[in-house]
Design a protein around this ligand. Structure first.
Ligand SMILES: Cc1cc2nc3c(=O)[nH]c(=O)nc-3n(C[C@H](O)[C@H](O)[C@H](O)COP(=O)(O)O)c2cc1C
Length: 732
């Protein structure tokens, strides 16, 4: 079943029952405090496993002339009813070792009684009980459909508890707390349904009845009660109640109710007269009551209270997510066949819609005819000259739900008139298939009749307004437009920033190509890997700058080129040693050094070397590694080259190939690769990897060389190795 059906079922169940679930949860939280308050009373004075029934009865017989009954409640308190020497009836809690009276039986306060009645039946008697039982069942179904949604989201059952990317507060905590409370909620709901069945007498009753042969009852051989085998061999923890014989006649006996059976015992001889098992249904009813109410365990009561508070949070966060999705619905002024501009959106949780809507509104405001719709509503747009697809990626590089039919539709629907298209991908570098669906959509457009690509596929990490704005500027320039997207509603201040300390800092020198390096000490070095990105916020606002990092000796190493007026590079260049600042690490698993690989070829130009320095430093498994690095001249990178020479000596690097563009043979990095075609061929055909980091221009030139090597050396097509993750890039 598709994710959307599960999501609709989850939502429909929640909508149909949320008022009852809300009321049951609020009252449930209050009621969780009842067993806690009882457990805190000082009536549990002995370990009932260590006390036998015989010992307790002896103690009671010494103190009181007559005993009516002794009970053990869910809190492990011993309750009894006795007649004292003075002839008074004494009832309450007793010490099971000494029979000392401890205090009166606790009666639930009128408040708890009121809340309990409300929780059980909403004061609507049988009708209310029925609805509460039904809602308990619906909550069970909500938990099951929620579990399926998490499994789908995590892509497999095994990854149920794997890390979740914190993209959105409500969504993140809905899933995280949902996973943690799943078992308590399943227990609360199944026991709730079971107790309702019991209340409506829908459970089979025990058929077994005691059969006592009164003819054969005998008073001999008489034994002391404390010597009865059955009493000596039964501990108090197994007991629910002991009823004492009503009179000294042999026809009256002890009735012993244990947790799983009931026994009748001759009051003179201690012979077990009858012994019947209590039905599993009754045992389960008692267990359900304790599990549902938390009776007898402070820990379980606290877990129940927390799980129930979480249910309230799920109601809130679930509706908040739904409203967010609905708020991002698309509104149009023009019909689909009247618009010159058509914007197609793919979004799961609405944030991409906000960007697409902002563009749509600006087009309308500037007097253009614009039509916005979901990618799944791709159709003929008779007057469209520009089609823009703005889409997120979900699952494992898949389409969001409202775009999952788009690729198929493009195979079936043709635009009659010529049009230009642009694709903007929203995604996150924390996922291995960054903006994969946008790439697929771009490919689909390229195959369309009458279509011309207006702007290159533009990918955006983490909803960066800056990146979107950069694309809008480019798009504007191609179309002679001057749209400006207001950033206020699209930009949010970054959250969860961590403190970094500058431990080493070079100064940018013009002679050294204006490049410099910074070494930072992070708080959580273990979670960082070479190839991840450091996101900095130079103006302490939404504006984010990302830098590829290398992890060397637990420190974060950055290599930066200082740009004139560069926001990020200027900020980093102004840092001084020991200064602290706040930033965050963006996981980039698609660009981590592979754990098991036969050979690795690392290709960089300029500051793209940073992640590779960390990867080589950590290459303790001594994977055969070859580095190709394009620089202007050796003198500008002396320190780094000296470090790499050391890596060669300690076998962490096999070859170092420098391409200097302004001295010697004046080569670029792609030229050196061309001459090493044999190594490239061997690496790709033997499942090795090629990693590229640096400028996009360099990436394009390197890719062109790799493509021709693949073709000339009868390898599989270049795209095959890209898809197989054997060619990895991190270029900007
Ligand atoms: C469960 C899940 C899976 C995701 N998978 C990918 C992915 O494979 N590739 C990617 O680039 N981004 C992925 N993302 C990130 C989203 O595409 C990104 O956060 C996007 O901005 C969300 O847009 P939306 O709010 O419009 O749905 C994923 C996000 C989530 C929550």
């Amino acid at each position: 079943m598709s994710i959307s059906i599960w999501r609709y079922s989850h939502l429909a169940l929640a909508v149909s029952s949320f008022i009852f679930i809300f009321l049951a949860s609020v009252t449930g939280i209050i009621l969780a405090f009842q067993p806690i308050s009882e457990q805190l009373q000082p009536f549990e004075v002995a370990d009932l496993d260590e006390v036998t029934v015989a010992e307790t009865i002896s103690a009671f017989q010494e103190m009181y002339p007559e005993i009516i009954d002794i009970k053990v409640d869910a809190n492990h308190f011993v309750l009894a009813s006795v007649i004292t020497e003075e002839g008074d009836n004494l009832e309450g809690y007793f010490n099971p070792n000494t029979a000392e009276y401890l205090g009166e039986e606790l009666k639930p306060s009128p408040f708890f009684q009121w809340v309990t009645n409300f929780h059980r039946s909403l004061f609507l008697k049988s009708v209310g009980r029925f609805f509460v039982g039904l809602c308990s069942f619906l909550l069970f179904l909500i938990a099951v459909s929620g579990t399926v949604l998490i499994v789908k989201r995590q892509r497999s059952f095994k990854k149920f508890f794997s890390r979740i990317v914190n993209d959105d507060f409500n969504q993140y905590w809905h899933v995280v707390l949902g996973r943690l409370s799943l078992i308590p909620i399943i227990i609360i709901t199944t026991t709730g349904v079971y107790l309702s069945f019991d209340k409506f007498d829908l459970l089979p009753e025990s058929q077994a009845k005691h059969q006592v042969n009164f003819e054969s009852l005998s008073e001999t051989p008489k034994q002391e009660i404390s010597d009865f085998n059955v009493f000596r061999n039964t501990s108090l923890s197994e007991i629910q109640s002991i009823e004492f014989p009503f009179s000294p006649d042999v026809e009256d006996y002890f009735t012993l109710k244990l947790n799983n059976k009931e026994m009748l015992v001759n009051q003179f001889t201690g012979e077990v007269l009858s012994d019947i098992n209590i039905s599993e249904f009754s045992v389960f009813t008692a267990l359900s009551l304790n599990l549902h109410t938390g009776k007898g365990s402070i820990l379980w009561s606290v877990i129940l209270a927390i799980a129930t508070v979480n249910i309230l949070f799920f109601i809130y966060s679930g509706f908040a997510m739904t409203f967010k999705r609905r708020a991002s619905r698309l509104k149009n002024k023009f019909k689909k066949d009247e618009a010159e501009f058509v914007i197609l959106v793919g979004s799961e949780n609405g944030s991409t819609v906000a960007y697409a809507n902002a563009l749509h509104k600006q087009l309308l405001a500037s007097g253009k005819t614009s039509y916005i719709t979901e990618l799944n509503h791709y159709s003929t747009f008779k007057t469209a000259k520009q089609i823009v697809a703005i889409t997120a990626t979900y699952g494992q590089g898949e389409a969001p739900t409202n775009a999952n039919k788009f690729l198929k539709l493009t195979e079936e629907i043709e635009q009659e008139q010529p049009f230009s298209f642009s694709v903007v991908g929203f995604g996150s570098l924390a996922y291995p298939d960054f903006c994969k669906f946008a790439e697929d959509a771009n490919q689909a457009f390229l195959k369309l009749k009458n279509a011309t690509q207006l702007t290159e596929l533009h990918t955006i990490n983490d909803k960066s307004f800056e990146a979107f704005d950069a694309w809008v500027k480019n798009w504007n320039s191609k179309l002679n437009l001057s749209l400006t997207i207001p950033e206020d509603k699209l930009t949010a201040k970054p959250k969860n920033l961590k403190r970094f300390v500058v431990v080493e800092k070079e100064l940018a020198q013009v002679s050294a190509d204006n490049t410099f390096s910074v070494t930072l000490k992070p708080k959580w070095p273990k979670t960082i890997k070479s190839g991840d990105l450091l996101a900095i916020y130079p103006k302490n606002d939404h504006r984010e700058r990302l830098y590829s990092i290398g992890r060397i000796n637990g420190h974060v190493h950055l290599s930066i080129k200082l740009h004139e007026c560069g926001l990020g590079s200027g900020y980093l260049n102004d840092l001084s040693e020991r200064q602290t600042f706040k930033a965050r690490i963006v996981k980039n698993p698609a660009f981590h050094f592979p754990k098991k690989v036969s050979r690795a070829i690392l290709i960089a130009n300029g500051t793209g070397i940073a992640p590779f320095l960390g990867m080589i430093d950590e290459n303790k498994n001594q994977v055969e590694t070859h580095l190709y690095w394009g620089i202007r001249r050796k003198s500008s990178s002396e320190t780094i080259i000296a470090g790499l020479q050391k890596d060669l000596e300690r076998n962490r690097l096999n070859t170092l190939n420098l391409a200097c563009s302004q001295e010697g043979q004046k080569q670029y990095v792609q030229d050196t690769i061309k001459t090493d075609a044999a190594l490239i061929t061997k690496t790709l055909s033997e499942n090795g990897v090629i990693m590229v980091c640096g400028s996009l221009a360099m990436q394009n030139s390197v890719f062109a060389v790799l493509k021709s090597i693949c073709a000339e050396h009868s390898l599989k097509p270049f795209e095959f190795y890209r898809e197989n993750q054997q060619i990895k890039t991190d270029c900007y």
